[in-house]
Write a protein that binds this ligand. Structure first.
Ligand code: ADP
Length: 630
């Protein structure tokens, strides 16, 4: 191997100090520029100095005196200190070798500044400060533990959340910090166990909420601290969630209160419905019966009572329906409905009103059958409302009619009138509950509920309502519904339910009515008086009714659902438990007219559900149907 020449060696670009020493005199005979630049005075050279002026430690002096005596121990990366011209020292790492150049032996020293790279140190310090600042800026309290469960790091927020006193922090003892933390827990025993579990677990994420003595709640999440897939310990983050939990609690309380209020409202509605319908049962029922018997001179008065009762009933129904709609409890039962016969029914029903107002009323101009998806009872209610308005808000000798318009599966039923119309300003207020507009209109009897309710029902049926109107010309109000192709099961509700009943049953049958309202009992007695084929008995209370039922073993029991001493359901259970009455058909009679009430009662085992005020023909039909079966 050829040795490098002096010149080559010393001109080599290097960040190392290269120094050639005469092994006998220990004089420096050559250096590279970097060595002179750093280790000599400015514009001077190290050449000519002895190496011990540079390597001046006691150890170095011993070493070099050994070298000068011919004992060279080569060094590799050995630490040393070089004297600098300004009197300071420079830590170096150096290697010392014997070399042969230009036919002579020399000693080559290769040394380098062994101070840490200042730039790297600065960057490291900066990055560490940034990390610290980030740790301190988080809203969460952070705690880091190692695998032995010792605290490695935490931020001030952690100390703040757990209210750890400064002197505890200053002490720097893990147990003192943990003890201070555990002392705050409402259940410190369970907390201690859980903490031990958390600190010692190596993997998996955890989530806990701790309740503190001072009524605060702290959420704790933890996950493993990983460095290149190696678990170093655990990182815990703590959040004070007291405010959030208080807010959630307040919300839950408010929701419970609202639900309780809604339940109370529903119960009130149901109660009112029963209370209002029960006396109407007597008013309408008796006036219907009286109308059959009274002399012609009194017929008008009786009819007036019946009409007023009917009006009161429709008002109650409207108000209760609206209240239900507002409570979100309005339901529709969708069926395929044949529109023509339903319209005919409605026109027949409002015909008397049209006659009184001298309005000419005409039904659909076609006999073609058109089918829609709708709740037939509710659709009748909507149509009657629009037809009544078309009559009420009309002029004498005006006209009201029905039109049909079909477009791409949508069926539009239009009620047209030649009435007083609605001004543009008033039109904006339509369909709002209790909104009655126009000075002329206000003189007419009404509540301002009908249109708002009609729209709610239409929307429940996947349809809508709309209108156009011109003052002094007339109005068009329409209901849009989804058309139906296959009339598989056309609603029976559109069929005329009236039937002429002469005898309710061929052989003599026994009927028991359990009812605590005197007028309702008297009415049924009066209705059945024309039916000697029925042996009729009544009981004023649930207890008396049960006794009588066991004694007389009736073929049919009619039972009021809200008796003073028992509910209809209790009566039903009692009757079913007794072999004598276990199979006796029972009709529920109630002022609660909600679909839920009806469905629940039928589901429980009542054969029929009769809503007060009971319609006499419907009642007789129901009795006849069931007695025919028994
Ligand atoms: P009500 O008829 O009981 O007042 P509605 O909700 O059915 O309640 O109608 C609301 C208001 O809209 C009525 O009071 C009336 O002012 C107006 N209105 C409804 N239909 C018509 C109509 N066909 N012609 C003129 N005004 C009408």
């Amino acid at each position: 191997m050829t040795q490098p020449s002096f010149a080559e060696l010393l001109l080599a670009a290097s960040h190392e100090f290269l120094i050639v020493v005469d092994p006998v005199s220990l004089n420096i005979v050559a250096t590279n520029p970097h060595a002179d630049k750093v280790l000599a005075r400015p514009n001077e050279t190290l050449v000519g100095k002895t190496i011990t002026e540079l390597e001046c430690g006691l150890q170095d002096v011993f070493y070099w005196s050994g070298v000068s005596l011919g004992q060279l121990d080569e060094l590799h990366n050995a630490e040393g200190l070089y004297a600098l011209p300004d009197g300071d020292t420079l830590p170096v790492e150096r290697s010392i070798h014997a070399i042969r150049m230009d036919g002579k032996d020399w000693i080559l020293i290769q040394a380098r500044d062994s101070r840490p790279d200042i730039e790297v140190t600065d960057r490291l310090e900066h990055a560490t400060s940034l990390l610290r600042a980030t740790l301190e800026s988080t809203a969460e309290g952070i705690l880091v533990t190692n695998l032995d469960g010792h605290i490695v790091n935490f931020n001030h927020r952690f100390a703040q959340i757990w209210d750890i006193p400064q002197f505890v922090l200053n002490r720097g003892r893990d147990w003192a910090v943990f003890r201070s933390t555990l002392g705050k827990l409402a259940d410190s025993h369970a907390g201690r166990l859980r903490l031990r579990e958390l600190v010692t677990s190596r993997d998996g994420e955890t989530f806990d909420t701790f309740a503190l003595h001072d009524d605060r709640s702290i959420e704790c999440r933890s996950r493993p601290q990983l460095l290149k897939d190696q678990v170093l310990g655990r990182v815990f983050s703590f959040t004070d969630v007291t405010e959030r939990m208080r807010h959630e609690r307040d919300l839950a309380n408010a929701r419970d209160a609202a639900q309780a209020a809604s339940r109370a409202k529903t119960e009130f509605l149901s109660h009112m419905s029963h209370e209002l319908r029960t006396p109407l049962n007597a008013i309408i029922g008796f006036s219907q019966l009286l109308a059959e018997d009274v002399p012609a001179s009194e017929l008008e008065s009786v009819k007036a009572i019946e009409k007023a009762g009917g009006h009161l009933l429709s008002l109650i129904n409207e108000l209760l329906d609206m209240a239900k709609a507002e409570a979100g409890r309005l339901d529709v039962t969708m069926e395929i409905v044949e529109l023509n016969s339903l319209c005919r029914d409605c026109v027949t029903m409002v015909q008397p009103l049209a006659s009184r107002h001298h309005v000419q009323l005409s039904g659909l101009p076609t006999d073609d059958k058109v089918y829609v998806h709708a709740d037939p009872m509710r659709l009748k209610q909507m149509l009657i409302n629009l037809l009544s308005n078309a009559i009420k808000y009309n002029n004498e000798n005006g006209q009201a009619s029905l039109e049909l318009d079909m477009d791409k599966g949508r069926v539009r039923l239009v009620v047209v009138d030649t009435g007083i119309g609605i001004s543009e300003a008033d039109q904006k207020q339509l369909f709002q509950t209790f909104s009655r507009v126009g000075s002329k209109q206000r003189k007419v009897e009404g509540t301002g509920i009908g249109l708002a309710f009609t729209r709610q029902l239409a929307q429940l049926m996947d349809g809508d309502v709309g209108f156009s109107s011109t003052p002094n010309v007339g109005s068009r109000f329409w209901i849009d519904l989804q058309g139906a192709d296959t009339p598989d099961s056309v609603s029976a509700a559109t069929a005329n339910e009236q039937s002429n009943i002469i005898r309710l049953c061929s052989a003599s049958k026994r009927v028991l009515y359990i009812e605590d309202d005197t007028m309702s009992r008297a009415l049924l007695q009066r209705i059945l008086i024309n039916h000697p084929e029925i042996e009729f008995a009544m009981a004023e209370s649930g207890a008396a009714g049960l006794t009588l039922a066991r004694e007389m073993q009736p073929d049919l029991i009619l039972c009021d659902m809200n008796l003073g001493d028992m509910s209809g359901y209790e009566i039903l259970c009692d009757l079913r438990d007794n072999p004598v009455t276990a199979n006796t058909p029972i009709f529920a009679v109630s002022g609660d007219a909600g679909p839920d009430d009806i469905a629940t009662a039928l589901g429980a085992g009542f054969s029929r559900y009769l809503v007060k005020p009971v319609q006499i023909p419907a009642l007789l039909t129901a009795i006849k149907d069931i007695l025919d079966e028994t």
